[in-house]
Design a protein around this ligand. Structure first.
Ligand SMILES: C[S@@+](CC[C@H](N)C(=O)[O-])C[C@H]1O[C@@H](n2cnc3c(N)ncnc32)[C@H](O)[C@@H]1O
Length: 173
């Protein structure tokens, strides 16, 4: 994830509600929470992760993970305590949790760094777009397939890429 771009966009748009898919050690969560803290408008982050731990590492590249959590650490361990009061963590499969999370409240920004498979990624973005009005979307590792590009061009969004990160924003935002 191009974290400085993520941070700068969140400082500019000042979302009240951010949903993140894919936490692992918590680098992107840290940037999101730091931006929300500095925004000072009570913004919250809900993160969804099905963590993979170093002990379970098979040695094979796993396109669903991309990051493993070191032995003795917990998911999101990098995030300092002072940022955690605005952070809700949901452990489980995003295919189950994301629709439930979106059903219960709106979201102003989606930060996606979860499974890279085309169908899973596309469905996640389509799910968010179908349920909310304006939204800011981030997707890491966009070069894996055209899921993000297709989503961004099928919807009324402005979008661009920064390194391997895609950013899209609803036109009326
Ligand atoms: C690339 S890592 C996230 C890295 C993180 N954004 C960062 O900046 O440090 C992807 C994470 O998605 C998790 N993941 C994979 N499949 C998932 C699924 N179906 N539901 C939820 N999380 C999943 C992985 O276990 C891993 O923790």
């Amino acid at each position: 994830m191009e974290a400085p771009v993520l941070y700068a966009a969140l400082r500019t748009v000042r979302p009240e509600s951010v949903v993140e898919v894919g936490v692992a050690n918590g680098v992107s969560s840290y940037y999101i929470l730091a931006a929300l803290e500095r925004n000072g408008n009570g913004g919250t982050l809900t993160s969804i992760d099905l963590p993979k731990y170093e002990n379970d590492h098979t040695g094979e590249w796993d396109e669903s993970a991309g990051a493993w959590i070191p032995t003795g650490r917990d998911v999101g361990w990098i995030v300092p305590d002072e940022y955690r009061d605005r952070w809700e963590m949901q452990i489980g499969n995003m295919n189950d949790l994301l629709p439930v999370e979106l059903g219960s409240r709106g979201v102003d920004a989606l930060v996606y760094d979860g499974p890279k498979r085309y169908s899973v990624r596309k469905r996640a973005f389509d799910t968010v777009a179908a349920r909310v009005g304006g939204c800011l979307y981030f997707c890491d590792d966009i070069a894996w397939n055209v899921a993000f590009e297709r989503f961004a061009t099928e919807n009324p969004l402005r979008w661009d890429t920064y390194g391997n990160t895609g950013v899209a924003v609803t036109l009326e935002v």
